[in-house]
Ligand binder design. Structure first.
Ligand SMILES: [Fe+2]
Length: 367
């Protein structure tokens, strides 16, 4: 059973069920009061400026009744905290599931029936899978044009780009991007030339009646980890070398620099970038360049390998949603003379899927 007491510095000492102990500063607690005197009931935002709270604030009374921690502060403020929620916050327990790296060894792809997503439990499951795997496939959705933006907007706002609110992936004359041809596209991330790069791509299949035109996905973070374990030198070059990505058409010239594998200060994966059609490694001495080219070839071969890349076919009435900062996508060549192929795509932000999942899970958690 958890217990609380006050130490000599007027901090609250919590001893949790597993006997771990945490000292809580009075102001840290005071800033978390959630009663209507302190936060707006609609938006949960503070109604006062916490920087101006009395620096000598003290806890003058406290009691623990089950999970409810009641506290009375020296400035007259008082309220009740959920001990469970406080401990979850201290331990940084996140309701968003961790990313699970994957290879081409699925026994079952994460395919969700669109009709069943009106059930919140199924929607949560779909969004959780998306967080873990970085992609999901949706089946049994309308084949109508515009479905992609409708589906996207059920999660959050669409990111409009110079391709428009959505883009039509069909073979057309004089395209401003090779996506709009019938050529095969090796695994790539979209739009690494943008600032910021679109977080999530949704591709809806209206028709896929042509011979060819199968889809592939590959987990950039799983391959980065594989490289880190098996070829340190290649991993270091790809995490340290800047590459310029460019897009141009008659209306605009977009440029952005980035690493093919981007890490944060702690070595965690932030982003995979790969687009052999539009990358220009920055100037380096030839010896360093040779190492970069060799590392890039290595990661390209891994992205295309049977060990990592999954292949499947999107038929009319299906869509796939993938994390464009982690998952690479591609397609096989198709033959326009054998049938019609039409996909529509659009982009949304990470905030949409993550924010929706946080909301749905916090509602469930507080029920
Ligand atoms: Fe693409």
């Amino acid at each position: 059973m958890s217990s609380v007491l006050i130490d000599d510095n007027n901090c609250l000492l919590i001893q949790s069920d597993d006997l771990s102990k945490f000292l809580l500063h009075p102001q840290w607690l005071r800033e978390r009061l959630s009663e209507p005197d302190y936060v707006d009931t609609n938006n949960k935002q503070r109604l006062y400026e916490p920087s101006l709270l009395n620096q000598d604030l003290k806890i003058i009374e406290y009691s623990l009744e089950g999970n409810n921690l009641n506290i009375h502060f020296s400035d007259g403020a008082k309220g009740t905290f959920s001990l469970q929620n406080l401990l979850a916050e201290i331990r940084k327990v996140d309701i968003i599931p961790l990313k699970t790296p994957w290879k081409n060894n699925f026994t079952k792809l994460p395919i969700f029936d669109h009709e069943k997503l009106s059930n919140q439990k199924n929607l949560i499951k779909m969004l959780e899978n998306f967080q873990q795997l970085g992609f999901v496939i949706i089946s049994n959705i309308s084949k109508a044009e515009g479905t992609v933006t409708k589906f996207a907007e059920s999660l959050g706002p669409v990111r409009t780009t110079n391709f428009g609110k959505h883009f039509d992936v069909v073979s057309k004359p004089d395209p401003n991007d090779l996506a709009y041809t019938s050529l095969g596209l090796t695994a790539h991330t979209d739009n690494p030339y943008r600032k910021p790069i679109p977080g999530i791509q949704i591709l809806h299949c209206i028709a896929n009646e042509a011979k060819g035109g199968d889809s592939c996905l590959v987990d950039g973070f799983a391959i980065a980890e594989h490289l880190r374990e098996t070829d340190k030198e290649a991993f270091e070059i790809l995490t340290q070398t800047d590459v310029l990505f460019k897009f141009t058409d008659k209306d605009i010239l977009l440029e952005n620099y980035g690493k093919l594998i981007e890490l944060d200060d702690f070595g965690n994966y932030v982003q995979s970038r790969f687009s052999g059609r539009l990358d220009f490694v920055t100037y380096l001495e030839p010896k360093k360049l040779e190492k970069f080219y060799s590392a890039r070839r290595k990661i390209f071969n891994l992205y295309a390998s049977k060990e990592f890349e999954i292949n499947f076919r999107l038929e009319g009435g299906m869509l796939m949603m993938f994390d464009n900062l982690r998952i690479l996508h591609g397609r096989t060549e198709y033959d326009v003379s054998t049938g019609f192929r039409h996909l529509q795509g659009c982009y949304i932000d990470h905030d949409s899927t993550e924010g929706k999942l946080r909301l749905l899970k916090s509602i469930k958690f507080n029920e």
